[in-house]
Design a protein around this ligand. Structure first.
Ligand code: ZN
Length: 422
């Protein structure tokens, strides 16, 4: 959902064991195809209950906003905020903090069930309750700060330009989106976990050599203690210039063999080298602008009809926040398939980059099999699920691609070959 993109917050110790990736690996026949495993009964159950929860969550968040709006509680909150904040800016800040506090408290049982109880029930989590609470409180703090930094932009523009505010807000948020995209992995993620140097220096050297071949210079490798939170695995490349960094969760280092890990690294480096971060900034700007435009076109009718009940007569009144969020969320849901189609395209190209630079098809396939098993993923979900929920191609399709894509074996040119240093 767009709100999740705009107010993106990162939520996140077992002693370190010898990493799988550092162990000598038996010779792998990289031309042998990999079979897509059928999902287990547990994975199917997780998938189905996850779909039910997805619908429940949408209805629940809409219902919460509608109640706040239709009971006139939003207008009451604005009155309190005016008394506490007095001036325009501080009224906005007070309103947002109170709104965020109240909705977070009402939402707490849902978050506790989905993030803690359910993850433990399926054996996906290592998190202690204390860590969940501290992460939840930190996320709340981060979302308050982000809200305070951003919310004045649309509300100021709503006052100055009632007809074009959606356009100017979209443009004004571009620098915030860029900083947010760059800063989130560097400033925010370390609030939740410990980022340290790679413990396995031989593996680090191999990763840096691959980065060098991919054209990423002067980078650093970090290992994160994500095993305190989860049993799932991940890695990414983030930052720009001197903040450039390759980050590996400790879980992935333990779980994957060295060639598997190198393919994953190749994929992540692909995102970086191909500039997917900038595509994402463009996509988010477009999504924000178009959803604000949708809110602008529809809010007037809602206010004309129910304004007396809502307790405000113009969108420029901060009491309109729940109304704007309802309209933005409804619009995001409609355009979700387009946005996800775009991210699936970038993920597919990153897979291609990873395969071309490592040329280890079999290891790429077995890495995906491990991802499927660890995340209880369903490799060939329904079309509806793919369109509305999958930011990555389904794992079955990714394994198919690793089995089929090997132009170097057939003397065909590589798509990204000119980007490799050698
Ligand atoms: Zn990716």
């Amino acid at each position: 959902m767009l709100l999740a993109i705009v107010f993106a917050t990162v939520v996140g110790s077992t002693p370190v064991q010898a990493s799988a990736a550092s162990e000598p690996t038996a010779a792998v026949d990289e031309t042998a195809p990999v079979e897509v495993p059928a999902p287990t009964e547990k994975a199917l159950q997780y998938h189905r209950s996850g779909n039910v929860l997805w619908v429940v969550d949408i209805v629940w968040s809409l219902a919460m906003l509608i109640v706040i709006l239709a009971t006139g509680f939003s207008a009451t909150l604005r009155n309190w905020s005016q008394r506490i904040g007095r001036r325009w800016f501080f009224t906005l800040v007070t309103y947002f903090v109170l709104f965020n506090l109240i909705t977070s408290i009402v939402d707490l049982p849902r978050a506790y069930y989905e993030e803690f109880v359910r993850q433990h029930a399926y054996g996906l989590s290592n998190q202690t309750l204390a860590k969940w609470w501290s992460d939840t409180l930190k996320s709340f703090g981060v979302s308050c700060i982000v809200g305070v930094l951003l919310l004045w932009v649309p509300y100021l523009l709503l006052r100055k330009s009632p007809r074009r505010w959606w356009l100017y807000t979209g443009l004004a948020l571009v620098p915030f989106i860029i900083v947010g995209t760059l800063v989130a992995p560097i400033w925010i993620a370390p609030l939740f976990n410990t980022f340290g140097p790679m413990k396995d220096t031989a593996l680090e050297a191999r990763i840096l050599a691959l980065a060098d071949r991919a054209g990423i210079e002067n980078t650093r490798v970090f290992e994160v203690d994500k095993s305190v939170d989860t049993k799932t695995v991940n890695a990414y490349v983030a930052g720009l210039f001197n903040t450039k960094r390759i980050v590996l969760w400790d879980t992935i280092i333990r779980r994957m063999s060295q060639p598997e890990l190198m393919f994953v690294m190749g994929h992540e480096m692909g995102h970086y080298v191909l500039g997917h971060m900038w595509y994402l900034v463009g996509l988010q700007t477009l999504l924000i602008m178009s959803s604000l435009y949708a809110a602008y076109r529809t809010a007037g009718a809602a206010i004309a009809r129910w304004g007396a009940r809502f307790g405000f007569t113009t969108l420029a009144d901060v009491a309109s926040l729940p109304l704007i969020l309802i309209l933005i969320n409804a619009f995001s849901l409609i355009v979700q398939p387009l946005a996800l189609g775009f991210t699936r395209y970038t993920e597919h190209e990153a897979d291609r980059f990873g395969l071309e630079i490592t040329q280890t098809n079999h290891s790429a396939g077995t890495a995906f099999v491990k991802l499927q098993e660890d995340a209880l993923a369903v490799p060939r979900p329904s079309l509806l699920f793919k369109l509305w929920r999958e930011s990555h191609p389904p794992l079955g399709e990714r394994i198919d691609f690793t089995n089929e894509y090997h132009p170097w074996r057939d003397g065909q040119p590589l798509v990204y070959g000119d980007r490799f240093k050698r």
